[in-house]
Design a protein around this ligand. Structure first.
Ligand code: ASP
Length: 417
């Protein structure tokens, strides 16, 4: 047991060491003018790690969600758990964006910014789909194509439909269910193997970010970063703490501690989908969330629950309005609440997706899309924090839903390597 406890602690600590080393080495390389070393030799380690993760995402999400839905045992449960999960996601996202807007307004986020060099980067507008398209596109007309394209929202929709079909078909479909169950089990094992490499991956990802975006590049946008980070921390430490305490009776400190490995991973990869394997591991091993619930809530959350992204989009909209000297009235800010909720749902759990969807928010209130160029410089720094919030939010949902289903939420300490 002691042996196991010792082993359990090590993955978090190793990830933390990888992260700190990445910052230190990145800073040294940047100050000595050796960014090339970071980009040419250290970055490939991170890229390799990300490729390994990307490799498992589709089979992992697909099989685990089918098994999650198909294993719920009772078709009415899908509706019940799905309903609770969706309401929780929606409510926390609304609160997130309101916190973001309040802080951005009172903190005068764009105040004192000198507008220069904004012409080069308005590409995001072309890529952002509209409202209706986002909704319609959820159901794939060709599920295989959705998998080939890695369209997570469509893959999730298909997995839920197929899982429900297997559930209703019962014994007749049991062999197919068993195949997906076996695939899911195999993917969990592969995931575990890949996770042991996380400390190296985190180091490989962190170093070039710091080496390329040295502190002085960030200075003009420091206020934006501080406000996004403050709103994110308030949301994580207050809203999620209240939620796990109020709905699941869990000590918030225990929650944050148990969620830390996923948080650290999200911070460095800037990808909810990429963090998903570790998020699932945290939910099951740190909090004792039953596999069917983890397999249902977390892949769904990694795709549609983006509280950090909603905060970012709200704060950036106010920032852009202010630096362009435009007024954002109450109606405009309410529109931002609505569009940011939808935009965050439509945002894919991959790095930079939230910035593309920011175009949708800006357009809804008539703000210049060129403003995206302003925030693009610090995109990665902002993405790191918003992805952390996204992932911790998913974990809080898993804990709350488990408790509401009469499940046993317990903390079993840190997760194992
Ligand atoms: N990178 C974020 C995530 O994976 C999405 C975003 O860009 O906002 O959760």
């Amino acid at each position: 047991m002691a042996e196991k406890g010792k082993k359990k602690l090590s993955l978090s600590i190793k990830i933390l060491i990888g992260l700190i080393l990445g910052v230190v080495v990145g800073y040294i390389l940047q100050t000595t003018g050796n960014e090339d070393i970071a980009n040419n030799y250290i970055k490939p380690i991170g890229t390799l790690f990300l490729n390994l993760i990307k490799l498992i995402i589709v089979p992992l999400v697909f099989s685990s969600l089918i098994v999650g839905v198909g294993g719920l045992g009772d078709v009415t449960k899908i509706g019940r758990i799905g309903g609770k999960t969706f309401v929780y996601f929606l409510m926390t996202t609304c609160i997130a964006i309101i916190i973001g807007l309040v802080l951005a307004n009172f903190g005068n986020v764009g105040g004192g910014f000198v507008l220069e060099g904004i012409e080069d980067l308005a590409y995001a507008a072309k890529e952002a789909p509209g409202f209706i398209d986002t909704l319609i596109n959820i159901i794939p007309s060709n599920p295989l194509q959705a998998m080939v394209n890695g369209d997570m929202l469509q893959i999730i929709a298909f997995a839920i439909i197929l899982g429900a079909g297997l559930l209703v078909a019962g014994d007749a479909a049991k062999p197919v269910f068993d195949v997906f169950n076996g695939l899911a089990e195999a993917m969990y094992k592969v995931t575990n193997g890949i996770m042991t490499l996380a400390p190296f991956g985190v180091f490989g990802l962190m170093t070039p970010v710091i080496a390329t975006n040295g502190p002085e590049v960030l200075l003009p946008l420091l206020r934006l970063i501080v406000i996004c980070y403050t709103a994110s921390l308030i949301h994580m430490l207050v809203v999620y703490s209240l939620a796990v305490k109020g709905f699941a009776g869990m000590n918030p400190v225990t929650f944050i501690k148990g969620a830390f490995p996923a948080w650290a991973m999200a911070f460095t990869t800037s990808s909810s989908s990429g963090t998903l394997p570790l998020t699932m591991k945290c939910a099951e091993e740190s909090f004792g969330v039953p596999k069917p619930i983890a397999s249902f809530v977390l892949p769904l959350g990694a795709t549609i629950n983006m509280d950090g992204t909603a905060i970012y989009q709200g704060v950036c909209a106010v920032f852009i309005a202010q630096v362009y000297g435009l007024e954002l009235g109450l109606t405009a800010q309410l529109t931002i609440v609505l569009t940011a909720v939808l935009a965050s749902i439509g945002t894919a759990g991959v790095p930079g997706a939230g910035m593309v969807m920011l175009a949708m928010v800006l357009e809804s209130v008539g703000l210049p899309l060129e403003g995206i160029a302003l925030v693009a410089g610090v995109e990665r720094i902002l993405d790191m924090m918003r992805t952390s919030v996204n992932v911790v939010g998913d974990l809080s949902a898993a804990v709350v839903v488990t408790k509401s289903e009469g499940g046993f939420v317990e903390v079993q300490g840190d997760i194992s390597a």
